[in-house]
Write a new protein. Structure first.
Length: 154
């Protein structure tokens, strides 16, 4: 189980701290998927996910993004992590708040990641965000922060 945690930590560190796309893709399975709920953004399939990270995610990570793990549960096939995510909404975040202009307000919200593994490689990520709290902290109407479930990029 520790190997699953190492794969997840390597992925997060490469993606969120170093912004290194190649390193972030290394611990992923052959056909990975990511979905951010309720925004319903993400991608399924290696090429689509690489494009999502390169175009929709990495250029739009808040400059002061900080994560604080609250809890983590791991079994042989999945990891579930509860995290407090804090940032200043200093740029457009198409992966989290599609079509919402920066408010320049500070937010601190709960996110829960359910990470599935295949042969110790990350196969799927479902990240559930507390959009009601996020909308309130950013001064947005809750319905503005969601997107119709039209499917993931493929």
């Amino acid at each position: 189980m520790r190997e699953l945690e190492r794969a997840w930590e390597a992925h997060q560190e490469a993606l969120l701290i170093r912004h290194d796309l190649a390193a972030a893709l290394m611990p992923l399975a052959a056909e990975p998927s990511v979905v951010h709920i309720p925004a319903m953004t993400g991608a399924a399939g290696r090429l689509a996910l690489e494009r999502f990270y390169a175009e929709e995610f990495l250029p739009h990570v808040p400059g002061d993004l900080a994560l604080s793990t609250i809890s983590r549960t791991v079994d042989r096939w999945r990891l579930v992590e509860e995290t407090t995510v804090s940032f200043t909404h200093d740029r457009v975040l198409p992966w989290l708040l599609p079509d919402v202009e920066p408010t320049f307000r500070r937010a601190e919200v709960l996110a829960i990641a359910v990470v599935g593994f295949e042969r110790k490689r990350i196969r799927s990520q479902r990240v559930l965000w507390d959009h009601a709290t996020l909308a309130g902290q950013l001064g947005l109407q809750p319905e503005v922060t969601g997107r119709a479930a039209s499917g993931l990029a493929r």
